[in-house]
Design a protein around this ligand. Structure first.
Ligand code: 5GP
Length: 262
C-alpha cells in the first residue's frame, strides 16, 4: 500500500493513484462521520460491505445504460474506478420527507412526497455542504446548464431504478445522495456517475417495520449499524442466508466464481 500514491483522504474513503493513467483506486474505510464531522466513529466491517454494495449497484446501473466510473472491484475494500473531475455538487434525491428536509420545512419524517424532489448542495466541508440552487450553480460556473440537465435526468433514472430494486426486497428508498464527475474525450467532456451508493449515503427503511437500515443508526445513536448494513447486503443477495460477518460477503462471491469455473 505504501508504494501507491495517495491522492485524497475523505471521511469514508481514501483515493489512490490507479495502475493505469486515468484510473483511481477507491479504498473503503470503516470510519463514520456525521453532522459535518462533529460526530466520529468506526463501524467495523462497514468498508467491506459498502465496497460490495456499491459495486453491485453500480454494475446494475451500468447494465441499464447509466454511465458510471466503476471499472471493477479489486479486493475486500478496494475498487478500480475511472478518474473524473468531480462536479462540486451533491445531488440529493428525496421520495419521502426525512432528515434536513423535515427539519427545515417542519414536515413529519415519513411523509411521502407527492413528487420526487432534487436538491443540490455545494461540496465544501468547511462550509457544511450548504444547499444551493441552479442559480448558484450557473452563477459560479460549477456546472453548465447542459451538464445540469444530464445530471438531473440521470438522478431521476437512478432513483426510478433503485426505488424498484429496493422495493423488491422490502426496503423503501427514502432519499439518497449522488455525486457526478466529468470525463474528457477528445476535447469533449461528458458526465458520469461517481463516488459510491451505499447505506452511508441513502436512507433505507424496512417497508413493514420502518426500521432504519442506513447510517441514521449511527447518526442517531440507534446501534446495530453493521447488522443493518449486512441486512441490506443480504437482501440484495450478497450474503448467505445464515448471516456471517462482513468477510462472508466476499467469500461467498469468490465461492460463486470458483463454482462457476468448475
Ligand atoms: P439530509 O440532507 O436529510 O441530511 O440527507 C439526505 C440524504 O443524503 C441522506 O440519505 C443522506 O445520507 C445523504 N447525504 C447528504 N449529505 C451527505 C454527505 O455529506 N455524505 C453522505 N454519505 N451522505 C449524505
Amino acid at each position: 500500500m505504501s508504494r501507491r500514491r495517495q491522492i485524497y483522504e475523505g471521511k469514508a474513503k481514501i483515493l489512490y493513484e490507479g495502475p493505469e493513467p486515468g484510473t483511481i483506486i477507491q479504498y473503503f474505510k470503516d470510519d463514520a462521520t456525521a453532522f459535518n464531522n462533529q460526530k466520529k466513529g468506526t463501524i467495523n466491517g462497514k468498508g467491506v460491505l459498502n465496497n460490495r454494495i456499491s459495486e453491485h449497484i453500480f454494475t446494475l446501473l451500468g447494465q441499464i445504460g447509466v454511465p458510471t466510473h466503476f471499472i471493477r472491484r479489486l479486493n475486500m475494500r478496494e475498487q478500480l474506478v475511472r478518474q473524473v473531475e468531480i462536479v462540486p455538487i451533491e445531488v440529493i434525491v428525496r421520495n419521502v420527507a426525512a432528515g434536513t428536509l423535515s427539519k427545515r420545512l417542519g414536515i413529519e419524517e415519513g411523509t411521502p412526497l407527492p413528487r420526487t424532489i432534487l436538491e443540490y448542495c455545494y461540496k465544501d466541508d468547511a462550509l457544511g455542504d450548504p444547499m444551493i440552487s441552479d442559480e448558484h450553480i450557473a452563477c459560479f460556473g460549477w456546472a453548465s446548464q447542459e451538464e445540469m440537465h444530464e445530471i438531473s435526468d440521470m438522478a431521476i433514472r437512478v432513483n426510478d431504478f433503485l426505488s424498484g430494486l429496493f422495493a423488491g426486497i422490502g426496503i423503501r428508498l427514502v432519499d439518497f445522495k449522488l455525486e457526478f464527475g466529468r470525463v474528457w474525450e477528445n476535447d469533449f467532456s461528458r458526465i458520469i456517475l461517481a463516488d459510491e451508493i451505499s447505506p452511508d449515503g441513502c436512507r433505507l427503511w424496512d417497508m413493514k417495520s420502518n426500521e432504519k437500515l442506513d447510517k441514521d443508526r449511527f447518526r442517531r445513536d440507534l446501534g446495530g449499524e453493521v447488522e443493518a448494513y449486512q441486512e441490506v447486503a443480504r437482501r440484495l443477495g450478497l450474503m448467505p442466508e445464515d448471516g456471517g460477518g462482513p468477510d462472508t460477503v466476499l467469500n461467498l462471491d469468490e465461492a460463486r466464481k470458483a463454482r462457476a469455473k468448475d
